[in-house]
Design a protein around this ligand. Sequence first.
Ligand code: G3P
Length: 218
Amino acid sequence: MKFFIDTANLNEIKEAYDLGVLDGVTTNPSLMAKEGIAGKEKVIAHYKAICDIVDNNVSAEVIATDFEGIIREGKDLARIDDKIVVKVPMIKDGIKAIKKFTSEGIRTNCTLVFSSGQALLAAKAGASYVSPFIGRLDDISQDGLELIGQIRHIYDNYGYGTEVLAASIRHTMHLIKCAEIGADVATCPLKVIMDLLNHPLTDSGLAKFLADHKKANS
Ligand code: G3P
């Protein structure tokens, strides 16, 4: 399973990368705004800075919602670095743009996916990744993890190459269940990745090992 970090914060990206388990980064316009990144030049420089930290797979989202605009913006983003994956919203012109990007060898991540029908369309268009938002579905009392399972099942039925990128992950249980279901990728905040380290029996066990060692060596 690939781990992506869902942030535009350079320090968090570095911290996750330094752990040695990071396979990529996803951003979105809200995450870029949270870091105060605005204006075309700053946006491009920031994506370049992210690409300089990680080895591959940096999702950079277009703002345009019309076909020509998505293509223009997506190509500008793709030119920043080979590591860029153009993130395109699940809308009609987005699907058309994904099809075109795919035919030109530009990798895409179809975002804001909330149904298996949308995921099927994204795969048909040739998206490299599809991003179903688990947490936001849970927020409206729909089972986000069930959607991951449905998409996995459909993609396996037909051997689609589109990777299932579970997004909007809020806690470790989301991530672990996604791994059980067979999501190809999970993108999550730094805290969720770091929370995987924790177990109280690890803490108490280590404390006992160290105490016993100290006793024997004093
Ligand atoms: O980047 C897309 C997605 O992961 C957003 O998550 O927590 O804003 O629902 P969230």
